[in-house]
Design a binder for this molecule. Structure first.
Ligand SMILES: [Zn+2]
Length: 298
């Protein structure tokens, strides 16, 4: 999975130091990250970007109160740090371009992609919390921990993670597979199951729910099915949606008739184990759960 980057190690412990010359500098523009024009992901270093930052004069507290000089520490992979300057972007220097982060799940090296995606998630949190949600003033960095603080009312804001459940539902030799609504096209000819880009029933955990409550509610809402024998499988931090995914497997309980929630899904169907697509190369928890079923592990 995406976060499984051994022998490299991911670190998120808060730091206030300045970037070293060869630390990565993650700069963003419209959901894209500045990267070298190479197939593999290659990020600019702090030293490389220094000349392009000298002309910037910014008075935003996100910039002036950053503990690492003007830089904000995001995370490290081993001893290599990923820094950024939330809210600031520069024109791409020659040899670089702004690369859509959504395409990074298909790109190597995986440990750099993981660091870059966690930087993307944190950068998004910083820029969407530049103002206090309580009184509307501009937030600054805490300096003591990874938090933003309103200088006016003292409101403290910590990075947000949205817990979600990913649910593998088994019915004998079949697995319940779905497709999301944006692909909804009733007139289109469906490819063979082995070629379809399936998802699993999934959804955010609501206030006051346990993950198991969310599994039961989401399966009822999305496909109208009752489930039993819930088992926790594994978790996965998923920076593409700032989520923490909790994977569950379970079995249909009683009637297996699917009632599709059409606002969210375009398709839900029972797929025979032998007809499932090979997803062994994908990096998502969804794919891993589908693979464990396809290869007969549950
Ligand atoms: Zn405030």
């Amino acid at each position: 999975m995406l976060h499984e980057i051994a022998p490299y190690q991911y670190h998120i412990e808060f730091k206030t130091e300045d970037p070293a010359p060869d630390d990565f500098l993650c700069l963003f523009q419209d959901g894209k990250i500045l990267a070298r024009e190479t197939e593999e992901l290659s990020l600019p270093t702090a030293a490389e970007m220094e000349p392009y930052l000298t002309g910037l004069s910014l008075d935003a507290p996100l910039f002036t109160t950053a503990p690492g000089g003007r830089y904000t520490f995001f995370c490290s992979i081993d001893t290599r740090n990923f820094f950024g300057i939330p809210g600031v972007s520069v024109n791409a220097p020659e040899g670089f371009y702004y690369r859509p982060t959504r395409e990074l799940r298909m790109v190597t090296p995986q440990h750099i992609v993981y660091g870059a995606m966690m930087a993307t998630q944190l950068n998004l949190w910083y820029v969407t919390h530049a103002y206090c949600g309580k009184c509307g003033k501009r937030n600054g960095h805490s300096g003591k921990e990874r938090a933003l603080v309103c200088p006016d009312c003292g409101n403290v804001i910590y990075p947000q993670i949205s817990p979600s459940v990913i649910i593998g539902i088994k019915n004998g030799n079949k697995l319940l597979c779905t497709q999301y609504n944006p692909m909804h096209n009733p007139g289109a000819r469906m490819p063979h199951p082995a070629k379809r880009s399936y998802a699993l029933v999934a959804g955010y955990i609501e206030s006051g729910e346990t993950p198991e409550d969310a599994v039961r509610r989401e399966t009822m809402e999305e496909v109208g099915i009752r489930v039993k024998n819930l088992r926790y499988y594994k978790s996965q931090p998923w920076p593409f949606s700032s989520s923490l995914l909790l994977g569950y497997t379970c079995e249909v309980d009683g009637d297996d008739t699917i009632t599709l929630e059409e606002d969210e899904l375009s398709l839900a169907e029972w797929v025979e184990r032998e007809d499932l697509p090979d997803r062994s190369r994908d990096i998502s928890l969804t794919s891993e759960i589908m693979e464990t079923f396809r290869t007969g592990k549950w």
